[in-house]
Design a protein around this ligand. Sequence first.
Ligand code: PMV
Length: 419
Amino acid sequence: MAAEKWVHTVTAQTPTNIAVIKYWGKRDEVRILPVNDSISVTLDPDHLCTVTTVAVSPAFDRDRMWLNGKEISLSGSRYQNCLREIRSRGGDVEDKEKGVKIEKKDWERLNLHIASHNNFPTAAGLASSAAGFACLVFSLAKLMNVEEDLSQLSAIARQGSGSACRSLFGGFVKWKMGSKEDGSDSVAVQLADEKHWDDLVIIIAVVSSRQKETSSTSGMRESVETSLLLQHRAKEVVPKRIVQMEEAIKNQDFASFTQLSCTDSNQFHAVCLDTSPPIFYMNDTSHRIISLVEKWNRSEGTPQVAYTFDAGPNAVLIARNRKVAVQLLQGLLYYFPPKSDTDMKSYVVGDNSILKEAGLEGAKSVENLQPPPEMKDKIGSQDQKGEVSYFICTRPGRGPVVLPDQTQALLDPVTGLPK
Ligand code: PMV
């Protein structure tokens, strides 16, 4: 039947996000319902994103998925929950030209092909699951003509990975913990879009690590079971911080934004230490970066840079503006220079036009850098070579978009298999 040969596809791009008030701990492990609200900044998808192509065809014999070119199993409960939820909301789809005619009820029996790709190394510990599940849900919603709004979709993405719900929006996003048992009110909402506070520049130090980290899933479970500090944080601390952080974002109050981000990151890592057995996500390099930023902020009198660390050693540094970001990069490269013969454009990626502004286009220029004036205890710059794998320069960015250009699709429009 020629009419049954069609393949219908959609390709979408979704950003990743970094929490400035952290989510840590679930009250419901299956539905992924958190013990507190959280707030994040969406990162520019030009520098960090997931692209996903989803396809449906009567010719497909089962659901299949490829991640970064390799076929992976969809049998895990998180994938199954997302697929079930989105399928149940599918609408009618018709494309007369291609002979595509799908009715609402057909989504239960039609099989899907999904191909997903991150534009950054998955192993770098950069919240790839957030962008990944958000992109899966967003692209399927478009493919299936789902009418739900982005907040309602965020409640589905949440069931793949908690932090994924915040990647459905650009700019500044809050995940409301909600109170309903079925989780329908545990959704993400946008606080402000990416243009609201566009002075901010974000530099991520991807810190080298030999240690296999505790996954956020098992780490959180152990913290919920054993940390009294987590209980105190969820009940007493975060609710007040959420209100203050919303205010800081609304007023572009960088001093409060920094104070809240830094103390919240530190408290999250304190909860990890308070867990039995304790969990260590930050390492010596992470601690050195914290000292550097703290000393600089103190010497300036007003905060210039905020830091935050997720479940790994990478530092996410948020500079108040471009000028500060240039100085920050110079300081970072003084302490964490690249290994000899490294091309600067592969050591500072993302928006690497900042290299030119910092006068750091050649590796030689790094050797001529002077220590930041406030750092009296001059640690030799050579000592830290290799501690940072590379830096990513980015900014607050937009939410998910459909990519209409077929050349960006990851699945072949005729076979529905990876290109
Ligand atoms: O959604 P998960 O399971 O990847 O957990 C994310 C936890 C943190 O990144 C540490 C904090 C957060 O709010 O994103």
